[in-house]
Design a protein around this ligand. Sequence first.
Ligand SMILES: [Zn+2]
Length: 204
Amino acid sequence: MTTIHTGSVMEDRIIEAGQPWARVVRTGQVLRIVDLHGTQAVDFLCYNASDPTERYNAADTMKYAKTIFLTRGHGIYSDMGRRLFTIEEDTCGRHDTIAGCCSAESNEFRYGVKNTPSCRQNFLRALEPFGLGKKDIVANINWFMNVPVGADGTMGIVDGLSRAGDHVDLRAEMDVLAVISNCPQTRNPCNGFNPTPIRVVVSG
Ligand SMILES: [Zn+2]
């Protein structure tokens, strides 16, 4: 893995397969998310830490970027038209903005299995200490998840393109509550059918 940004490291943590994480990333700090083993989807939500009613807006972020595929230089925008994060580095180049997070309910609908671990449950676990819950879960970003869209509009989750050590660096443009679910899905290729640990580093 390449060097971390200069400055002090506030947190450097392994998030085990299938586990959640959340933290307030202060203005100017950088959140690095590392796909340690490759092909691991990292579901991601973010909120204005001082007023979480302002939060990530997928549609506006795509409109401003003029693409559904976010990468280096793009902003991650709130529903108030303000940047929550800027993507400063992206060694993978393919992430998803449209497919959302897995849930026990969608796994039952799609795969006929009940009570599976899910990103939605992880989001709820991670949001609870901040006083947030179901009403606060919106369409999310999936780092390192590959969801191509065909010219005819067909879409689907296919093999991820990230390799071991690929990472994104997100610079906070305000104090941001960042929420991660290291996706536990085993029934489609988003995690190579084998969920693995990731690493998060907050520095600045
Ligand atoms: Zn998931």
